[in-house]
Design a protein around this ligand. Structure first.
Ligand SMILES: *Cc1c(COP(=O)(O)O)cnc(C)c1O
Length: 376
């Protein structure tokens, strides 16, 4: 076995260059590089079909749809959100001048705990921004009940949840809007890219104005929009890679199964189980380390893996609420976020991607089992 080979936490889904060249030739012939071109329209159409949604708007990355969703729904004041996510979730609130209010998470799913939401609602609260962490669905029903009771909007950060369905229905239908990221590290990528899903034509129109400076016609500007459009090269690439994504998810499923099988007897380790009725996308494979039972702390294991050229990632550590911008907030205090704090201190995401080799999975499993020697 090649011990020197570096295994990263992910590796992008890439088609062959040969397959992509005809798309480039076509773009050169059309001479239409951006602004709702042929491939932009085609990708919106094929994504609607694939994801089982009615309205989608493409973006140049996965952060701008978050920022734009808040603009489109005219969200102000305070928004309730989770500290256990990638920083972009909370940053999108900050960029809109909105105060984030952090709520703790559920230990079983790592998603926002709906039973803790009502206690932090104030007259200034206008929305809830949950995240389907690792692609595991939030408690959509409970969140919606609270939103309806208090007249709040719900924007889901679904950056991890590409292709996830609940009883055959897209997870992206939940709430008022959902955002996606097509960053290189995600299950489905367009190098950089993203999308915003909404549920009616009028709203889609407003989103499309907002992502193009607010232009509603050649000489009409209806809103203070931004430039967040996806160009033709990435849209064409997206059309091509969409054809590969089902196979990629299936390959990820098999790797997740192998990890679960190999790690089920390791004391002090837990991982997320599949939930009946959910089509998972296996975007991440987080494990949670109980150092006493396992014999090593999370960080000891993390560095052990690193020494062996296996680059797991501690998603999501540190919590967003600990960063300098946010840590002064009352809701950011660790005593208000005990579950998130504990999980952030115990998590490592193991390498998982479509072309991760079986022998590499075995090597990773072996390294992880090292912690056991200390126990015995
Ligand atoms: C990746 C990610 C984003 C941001 O997406 P970009 O495409 O990198 O801008 C937002 N939220 C979450 C939870 C993410 O993982």
């Amino acid at each position: 076995m090649d011990q020197a080979k570096i295994i990263t936490v992910t590796s992008p889904l890439l088609p062959s260059l040969e397959d992509f060249i005809p798309y480039l030739q076509d773009i050169w012939e059309r001479k239409w590089l951006t602004n709702n071109g042929h491939y932009h329209q085609e990708l919106e159409k094929t994504l609607c079909e694939y994801l089982k949604v009615s309205y989608i708007s493409l973006f140049t990355n996965g952060t701008l749809p978050l920022i734009t969703a808040l603009q489109a729904l005219r969200i102000t004041g305070e928004v309730i959100t989770t500290p256990y996510s990638f920083v972009a979730t909370t940053h999108s609130l900050w960029w809109n001048g909105i105060k984030p209010v952090f709520v703790d998470i559920e230990p079983t799913t790592c998603n926002i705990d709906p039973t803790k939401i009502e206690a932090v609602i104030t007259p200034k609260t206008t929305a809830i921004m949950p995240v389907h962490v690792y692609g595991y669905p939030c408690d959509i029903k409970s969140i919606q009940e609270i939103a309806d009771k208090y007249g709040l909007k719900v924007i889901y950060d679904a950056a991890h949840a590409f292709g996830v369905t609940v009883n055959g229905k897209s997870i992206l239908e939940a709430g008022d809007m959902s955002t996606l990221s097509f960053h290189a590290t995600k299950v489905y990528n367009t190098f950089e890219g993203g999308a915003l899903v909404c549920h009616d034509e009028q709203t889609k129109k407003r989103i499309d104005y907002l992502k193009n400076f607010g232009f509603a016609g050649e000489t009409t500007v209806v809103a203070p929009g931004i430039n967040a459009k996806m160009d033709e090269i990435r849209a064409a690439y997206g059309v091509l890679t969409l054809k590969m994504v089902d196979d990629a998810i299936e390959a990820r499923r098999k790797i997740a199964l192998r990890y679960k099988d190999a790690l089920k007897d390791v004391p002090g380790f837990t991982y997320l189980e599949d939930i009946p009725g959910i089509r998972h996308n296996y975007s991440y494979f987080p494990i949670f380390v109980d150092s006493e039972q396992y014999g090593m702390t999370r960080d000891e294991l993390y560095f052990k893996m690193k020494e062996n050229n296996i680059l797991g990632r501690r998603y999501f550590y540190p919590l967003i609420s600990t960063f300098s911008t946010y840590r002064g907030l009352e809701s950011a205090k660790p005593e208000n976020l005990p579950v998130a704090t504990k999980i952030a201190d115990s998590v490592i995401c193991l390498p998982i991607y479509a072309d991760l080799k079986t022998e590499d999975v075995e090597r990773i499993v072996e390294i992880i089992k090292i912690g056991l020697c200390k126990v015995k």
